[in-house]
Design a protein around this ligand. Structure first.
Ligand code: HSE
Length: 330
């Protein structure tokens, strides 16, 4: 019997998603080995402060502040630090060392995606990012692979869980925006800087990623029109209710006709949605993404759009795929 290969996995970041990834990788080690054909050894976890208190206990001997050694020894690098730097430097170093990268970092991909994907192509490594958009909902792979033979004309929906939770709690439970935000924070839905959610930056980053994939072009954050929910008041929500509508933070990516033939429009804004529309039934931290493709017609993707363990599911799917790729590549 041949001995099973071991792949070394480096985890960068142990926040609400990273800590769940570490826990699940260890708890389900045998399942991952069976599914990927290799044992996935968690080689280390990059943290800012190894002695900081943590909600999810992590083995102290795995915690390190030495990014360089951790990355250089890894076959697969999972980047869940968020933000641009030092995440960008670490992802580029991982690719240069030949590691496959799994990331949930929408800010990084929406601003430096071109640089990262170009390097990955050059070195023959993969960058997977199912967790970057709509957390647990599989949307990246369907756009990249399943719909690669179709022509997507429009994507629209709710891609930010925390603002959906806040608007929904104001609408259905009459909570104040502050109270709803406090609960969303406790649930781990908000970014470390909540302005990113409330002002629509997070949704705009996700919209840029979706549009780039769907329309086979490079759409960056500066190309996205953006309005957040900070000006949405309880009175507006009440007025919408009386009119049979609900306010949702909508992301729209579409091909539009212009003087030169066709352009891409990507925008994020609070919109009035009829209570009859399926988007009105997207409650709490859930997301829903509608995709319209020429041959396939309309498709709907729905599920948890935020949360540590939900997002970890998407990360781990990418890790298993990267491991299979390693094994197939010899
Ligand atoms: N802050 C993000 C959201 C987390 O609320 O959707 C998931 O990307």
């Amino acid at each position: 019997m041949t001995e099973q290969r071991t792949l070394r996995v480096a985890l960068l970041g142990a926040g609400s998603v990273g800590s769940q990834v570490a826990r699940l990788l260890q708890e389900h080690a045998d399942d991952f080995a069976e599914r990927s054909g290799a044992r996935l050894e968690l080689a280390g976890i990059l943290v800012r402060d190894p002695d900081a208190p943590r909600d999810v206990p992590l083995p102290r001997e795995l915690l390190t502040t030495d990014a360089e050694s951790l990355i250089l020894g890894a076959d697969i690098v999972i980047e869940l630090m968020g933000g641009i730097e030092p995440a960008r430097t670490h992802v580029l170093a991982a690719l240069r060392s030949g590691a496959d990268v799994v990331t949930g970092n929408k800010a990084l991909l929406a601003t430096h995606g071109a640089e990262i994907f170009e390097l990955a192509d050059q070195v023959g490594a993969s960058v997977s990012y199912e967790a970057a958009v709509a957390a647990a909902i599989p949307i990246i792979r369907p756009l990249r692979d399943s719909l690669a033979g179709d022509r997507i004309v429009r994507i629209f929906g709710i891609v930010n869980g925390s603002t959906n939770f806040i608007l929904d709690s104001m609408d259905r439970q009459g909570l104040s925006a502050e109270e709803a935000q406090r609960i969303a924070t406790e649930l781990g839905y908000l970014e470390a800087d909540p302005t990113l959610d409330l002002e629509g930056y997070d949704a705009a980053q996700k919209a840029a990623i979706l549009a780039s994939l769907a329309f086979h072009t490079s759409v960056e954050i500066d190309d996205v029109y953006r309005e957040g929910i900070s000006d949405v008041t309880a009175d507006m929500i009440e007025d919408a209710r009386r009119a049979g509508s609900v306010i949702k933070l909508l992301a729209v990516c579409e091909r539009i006709a212009d003087a030169e033939g066709e352009a891409i429009s990507v925008r994020v804004y609070p919109a009035l949605i009829s209570r009859e529309h399926p988007l009105a039934s997207v409650h709490g931290g859930n997301n829903a993404v509608f995709v319209e493709a020429e041959a396939a017609g309309p498709l709907m993707f729905y599920g948890a759009g935020a949360g540590g363990v939900q997002t970890a599911s998407a990360v781990l799917g990418d890790v298993v795929s990267a491991a299979r790729r390693h094994i197939a590549g010899g």
